[in-house]
Structures are given as C-alpha cells and as structure tokens.
Design a binder for this molecule. Sequence first.
Ligand code: ZN
Ligand code: ZN
Length: 757
Amino acid sequence: MHGLSVRVRGTVQGVGFRPFIFELAERYRLTGWVRNTSSQVEIELDGEEAALDGFLRDLRERAPPLARIDAVEIERRAPSGFSSFEIVASEHDEGSGTIPPDTATCDACLAELLNPSERRYHYPFTNCTHCGPRFTIIESLPYDRPRTTMRCFAMCDDCRREYTDPRDRRFHAQPIACPACGPRVWRHGGVGEPGAEDAIAVGVLLLREGKILAVKGLGGFQLACDATNDEAVARLRARKRRYGKPFALMVPDMAWVRRLCEPTELEVEALSSRERPIVLMRRQPQASVAPDVAPGLDTLGLMLPYTPLHRLLLDEFAGPLVMTSGNLSEEPIAIGNREALDRLADIADDFLLHDRDIYARYDDSVVRVLGEAAVPIRRARSFAPDPLALPFTTRHQILACGAQQKNTFCLLEEEKAFLSQHIGDLENLETLEHFQAALAAFRRLFRIDPEVIAHDMHPDYLSTRVAQKYPVPGAVRVAVQHHHAHVVSAMVEHGVSDRVIGVAYDGTGYGPDGAIWGGEILVADWKGFQRVAHLRYAPMLGGEAAIRKPYRMAAGYVWSLCRASEAEFAAFIGTLPIGERIILRRQLDSRFNSPPTSSCGRLFDGAAALLGIRAEALYEGQAAVELEALADPQADDLYPFDLLRVEQRWVIDPAATLRALWCDHRMGRPIPVIAAAFHNTVAAFTFEVCRAVRDAYRLNRVVLSGGCFQNALLTRRLLDRLRVAGFEVLTHRRVPPNDGGISLGQAVVAHALTGGA
Ligand SMILES: [Zn+2]
Ligand SMILES: [Zn+2]
C-alpha cells in the first residue's frame, strides 16, 4: 500500500472533474478524497502502486471534454489509512483558479429536452456538468452553487439525487435544475401563469406577427424578430437606432445555414463548436432574408441555438430570427429583468423573461474565417475568460486597459492572460460602467492585484484616463504605442518574442509624431519597435469627421497625393452640396483640423468613395467593408504604386494606385474588377515592403495584425504572396486582429519593460 497527494491546476472546476476523479478512484479501487479549492483540485489517495500509476495515466488521458489540465503536482507519501473514497467540501484558499466558459447544450441534454418521456422534456434550463451556464452566473470561486445566481433555487429530491450520485451526468453540476425546482420562463404582459411551453409558443406567435421580442438569454437580453419580415427588421433598426451595421441571425439547424449561406468546412466546424459563435459567411445570392438584415454585404452572420431556451424557440419558429444584442445602439447589453423592461421598453413589443439571474454581461461572440483559421473578431460569450497560456511567467500582476474602440482589458498572472469579454466603444457612461464592473469581477474571481498598469499612448482615450487614475498606489504605468501592441498581441499568440516584421493595418492609432498612424510596418519585439515603413500621409479633412465621411478622405487623396488638376478636383467634388465644397477647399488650403494620417483603413474608405460606393458611412469602416463585398475574388488585376525611401524608411505612396482606380472608374470599368485590383495592390505593396525589410534586417517572420485584417480577401492575397516567397507568416488565431486584441499586446509590452524576460 502507498499514498499519493495530487494537485491539479487548469480548467478543472465546473467541468465534472471531481466525478471523473471519483470514478477513476473506484475503477482502481483507491481510497481517499477529492476537493476543490479556489485555485486547484486536491486529491489524496491510498492504493497499490500499479493502481496509482493507472490513475495518474487516466487522469491526463481521459479528462472530461471541457477540462483543461495545465499542471499536475504529485507527491508520494506513506498511506493514510482511508477506508473509502469521498468528495469532500470545498476549501477556500488564496490562489486563483479558472472556470470554464459558458458552453452550448450537450447532445445528452438535447436528447432529454426533446424526449417527451423525460422529466426535463421542453425544460428551457436543462444542463449538466458538460454544458450550460458558467461564467455568466458565477460571483466568486470556488465554483459551487451558493456562489452562483442559482443559490436561490432549492433543489428538489430528484435533482438532489442526481447531484449527489457520482455516477450521474449531473453529479455536482452546479446549475442543475428541473421543472419542479428550477428557474422558469414567462412572458411579460401575458395573462395568468403560463408554463414554459406556453410562454415560448406565445412568443413565437408574436414573432410570426412581426413583433419584436426581447429574450433573456445567457449573457444578456437579445432582441429577436422574423428575419424574413422586411417591415419588422426595418422597425427593429429604427427603434434600436442601429443604422447600417448588419444584424446576426439565429437559425434552427445546419440545413437552414446552407439555405442562407455557402459555408466552408471550417465555417461548419466553427458554427457547431461548443462556443456556438456568430459566424460570418458568404451568403447565397438568393437567400431570402429581409434586405435590411445586412445591407450592402455579401456575407451573413449566422449562429445555431446554444441554450435549451433558444432551441425551443427556434424549433417552434422553424425559420431564421434576427438575434441581436438587447441594447440601444452603442450601449452595453441589458441583463436584469427590471433593467431590460426599462431600457428596452421602446424597442421590444414583448418580453420573454426568466428568473435565473445573469451575473456578468456577455455579448454573442463573432468569428470569421481569415486565412486558414476561424478567428474571433468579437471575443465574448463562451470564449472569455478562458485564459490564454503565456509563453512566460509574469513577475508582476499586470492590468492593460486596452483601446478606445472595441475595448477589452487584460490581466496577466503567472503564466496566464485573462482577456476580458468585448466591452464596447468607451464613449458613454454605460460602457465605462460595464468596463469597471467586469474588471472588478475579474479581479475578484482570479484574485489579481495589478502592480503594473498598461495603456495606450493616446492621452484622450477613456481607457488611458482610467489607467492613469486607477487607484493602485505606487503602480508602474506604461504607455504602449497602438500598433506595437497590435503586433505583440499576435506574436504572443504564437509564443514568439524575437524580432519580427510586423504589419499593422487599421483605422486609427496615436502616433508619437503627432500624426494618426494606421498603415504601419514595424520591426518589433516585445520591448520596442522601429517604424521601418508606412503609408504616405494624407490629410484627414475635419479629423474624426472624415471617418463618417469617406468622400473627405477621397478628396484629400485626390488633391494632396494625386495632384489632381482644378478641373479634375471640381469634377470629383461637384456632386457635393455647395457648403461642403467650400469647407473642403478651406480645409485643404489651411489644413485646419486636418491631421496627417497613414491609415490603411482610411485608404480603403477613400478608394470606396472614389468609386462612388459610399460617400458617407453609418459606422466606422462601412465603405471599406462594402468595397471588399463588391470585389471579384477571381480578378488578378493590379494597379501601380511607388515605394519611396525617406530618412531610412520606406514610404508607400498609393497616389498612382488611386489615380488608376479613379481613371478606370470614369472609363466605366466594372466595379468588382476595380475593387479586386485595389485589394491586390495593397497586398502587392505590402509584400514588396516585407521583401525589402527582409533583405535589410535579415528577418523572415511576418506578423499580420490590425482591423484591416478582418478583410478576408486582403488577408488571403497577402498570405499567399508571402508564403510563396518563403516567409513565415503569423496571423491571429484566438485573439481578435482588431482593437479587441490590443490589451493583450499592451500587457506583454508592459511585462517586457518592467523586468520580465
Ligand atoms: Zn449537458
Ligand atoms: Zn429539480
């Protein structure tokens, strides 16, 4: 007889890990106990040598599907004389553990949900240790029912039996529930006390009538309406004040996905993954959804049901539903019943409510296939806060406050990076409060007290001000350049710390020279960077206003870069209102409020405006997105460009490109060919710069980051060219290429600059 102490760290709570250990102990006839602490699972065992070895082997090889083991510590000792194996009460300690994210309904639960002889038939809160809510309902660790929003539901005898039976799929499933004892769903404004089935059935009837239904989901409220009903979709847009931006759809099953889109194998995989994100896919040309769902785009964002409630709703509706965040445009998603009834009163016609409280706000995640991987471009429900493994152990606990747009924050602790869920654009009080609440929750859950605080160099970002005021006396504060953070965020994902060629293309980022950067090629490592190439500066007429008015970018390019004649320029701005024409002329002459920019996103905007695709944008990047949608992926035409050498740097001059594009357009060449040629040219000049940098700096590894690499066509074109020429190319996999990934890069730069390796 021998004794063994085992400590397991990783995602080992809330995933059926203790039942799994219990089963293993039984199989190998071992005695002792297992328990959760805040940071790990502790196991004490007595048994024969061979049995203990078998246990340790299976521990790693047969762990439950949602578990992720980061470390196992083993200590051999004398036997303790245990007589049986038990699961003992959880112990609080000072460490920090990890919790699995919320997970889509598993097959076993789905089968029960749809089987009339099961007691959970059509019960919208069915879950087990392999699926269901987690992070959205946990207030603190260790992960036990009293520390979740399920604490107010007393288990019935049947549920208690399942919960305490180590052989049951629901053994210690903290959100366990059934129709007798668990949460229930009801329709707000409905008569009497309808059961769950009635509320959903009535909700579906309302949806069929074209009504807008607010549905309390997993991480917050969603607004649903019939996606084939033009009038309903238009009304939702107007009431939500969301103009232009596409709506996501939820469809009953994969057959419906194929009816609306042309999914690739990777996209099918992403759609049915346990995260069940919204996946952006090429739409079927004849897909019958209301035109207002995704105006001007060749893609649709679809997702499959991920909770039993969604499953019942979609089965009953049997068609595609718009399923968008329950908020007014730009505000955080609503989570509380009273909050929703109040904030969504003017948007929704009716409410489907339930009484399982949501503790943390999580929007649906969005994924797009870029290059050869499905990459989150909004990382929220079911992705966050699953920690990313760092290729180092941090000396300090670090907080990075992220960017202004698509904000996330990031906390580093030991060898883990906790990247927050998508918070939103930090431009109103509600979003700032969401930031503060999420940060407080992360710090409490993972027990992190940051001593180093990283932020963007932009002095006016709200995230910068939060970082500067963050009340930690003596904290070291580190300002990180925007595009450096982009490049490092992609490097860290691949465990790379040596110097790379970093291509950072995005909309806007603060440049230390006072210009607005965004078309940058850096030679960078974690500690610093050298700006070796960038797009030639063009004036951003009216500053920020040019983001919503792409024709202003076009006017700046045409006048300052292309050196258009008076007659040509007059022809271009001739269609604008007279007042606007006068403003433009004045801004061009005086350069008043017209900062120079090297932004690649603005270059796309300008090109789209020159082609008459979009003069004014309803959301940032809309013109660029539509330019991509129109491009013919078969066309391999190319426009000219110039690479200038200025003060040890390459400056990419797109004047010849824009002139050729403009000229082609006036000659009546088809837009899809011109749009493709433009994409090909951006890939071509980027490739040429990478080649020059390779020769000059003896570097062969290229990293692609920044919001422009959400453009699948640009990413594909550039990847192909670089790979053929023998470059090693690293693209994002788990972290968004857009500003949602900035906080990770900031945190790692801060780590490198404050004594990390
Ligand atoms: Zn399940
Ligand atoms: Zn029950």
